[in-house]
Design a protein around this ligand. Structure first.
Ligand code: BTN
Length: 236
C-alpha cells in the first residue's frame, strides 16, 4: 500500500485527485488540512488531533456502475463497524447519506468523489481534537467523550482494512444485510426534518427508513417520498 504523509496539506482528497496515476488503496494522511472539504462545498475544519485521510478505490469493469451508487453508504457502514470495534460502548448512528453521529453530535464525515476510473474516499474523524466554541453544539470528538487519546494511524489503518473487507462483502451480494444494519442505526428515523433540494428549495417531513435503492424515505403530508440526495437538517 502506497502511503503519503503530510504535516499540512490543502485537502487529502484534492491531493489524490491531482495525482496523475494512482494505485488501488494508495492513501494520503494529513495531520492538518488548510482547505479540508466537506460535501456540497462545505468546509471541513481539520485541526491537529483529528484523523484526515483519503484512499483510492478503482472502478472494476465487471461491476455495474449502479452498484457504485451506494458506495457512500457502504463506507458509512464500514466506518460504523470499525467504531464498534473500538469497544467504547457508544451508540454510533448513521445519518444518511454519510455522516456518523454519537450522542446527537457529528463525529465523522465522508466525502466520496469520482476521478476518472477512480473513486477517492475521504474520511474525517474527530478523534483526539477538542471541539470547542460554537461548533461544539453540533460536533464532538471521540476523545471529548471518552477522555482517551487514540493512536491516529492505528485507527486510520483499521478503517481501511475493514473497508477492504466490507466492500468485498457488498460486491459479493450482501447489500440487504448492510442495509438492515444501516437502518438499525438510522439516526434520522422518525425525526422531523427539513431537506435542502438541489434547486434551492426545502421540504419538511418526517424521516423514515433508507430504502433498497439507498434512497431516504421522507413522509411529507402523509405521503412517502424518496430522495437520492439532499442535506437533511433536524427541525427544532
Ligand atoms: C462531510 O461531512 O461533508 C464530509 C467531510 C469529509 C472530510 C474529509 S477529511 C479527509 C478528506 N479530505 C477532505 O478535504 N475531505 C475529506
Amino acid at each position: 500500500m502506497k502511503i503519503h504523509r503530510f504535516k499540512e496539506i490543502n485537502s487529502t482528497n484534492t491531493f489524490l485527485k491531482e495525482l496523475p496515476k494512482k494505485e488501488e488503496y494508495e492513501v494520503v494522511i494529513a495531520t492538518t488540512q488548510n482547505s479540508g472539504r466537506g460535501r456540497r462545498g462545505n468546509l471541513w475544519t481539520s485541526e491537529e488531533g483529528g484523523a484526515y485521510f483519503s484512499f483510492v478505490l478503482k472502478e472494476k469493469s465487471d461491476i455495474d456502475i449502479s452498484q457504485y451508487m451506494k458506495l457512500p453508504l457502504v463506507v458509512g457502514y464500514s466506518l460504523l463497524r470499525t467504531f464498534e470495534k473500538l469497544e467504547e460502548n457508544l451508540d454510533f448512528k448513521f445519518k444518511w447519506t454519510n455522516d456518523i453521529y454519537v450522542n446527537d453530535k457529528k463525529i465523522s464525515g465522508i466525502l466520496v468523489e469520482k476521478n476518472r476510473e477512480d473513486f477517492i474516499i475521504g474520511i474525517g474523524i474527530n478523534l483526539n481534537n477538542k471541539i470547542t466554541g460554537e461548533v461544539a453544539a453540533k460536533g464532538c470528538s471521540l476523545s471529548d467523550i471518552t477522555k482517551k487519546e487514540y493512536n491516529i494511524e492505528e485507527v486510520i489503518f483499521k478503517v481501511i482494512e475493514d473497508f477492504k473487507e466490507n466492500i468485498n462483502y457488498y460486491l459479493s451480494g450482501n447489500w440487504n444485510e448492510i442495509l438492515d444494519y444501516l437502518n438499525g442505526k438510522n439516526y434520522l428515523l422518525n425525526k422531523a426534518i427539513k431537506i435542502d433540494l438541489r434547486n434551492g428549495n426545502q421540504k419538511s417531513g418526517v424521516a423514515k427508513e433508507i430504502d433498497n435503492s439507498g434512497e431516504m424515505i421522507i413522509e411529507i403530508d402523509g405521503k412517502r417520498e424518496m430522495f437520492s440526495i439532499g442535506e437533511i437538517h433536524i427541525s427544532k
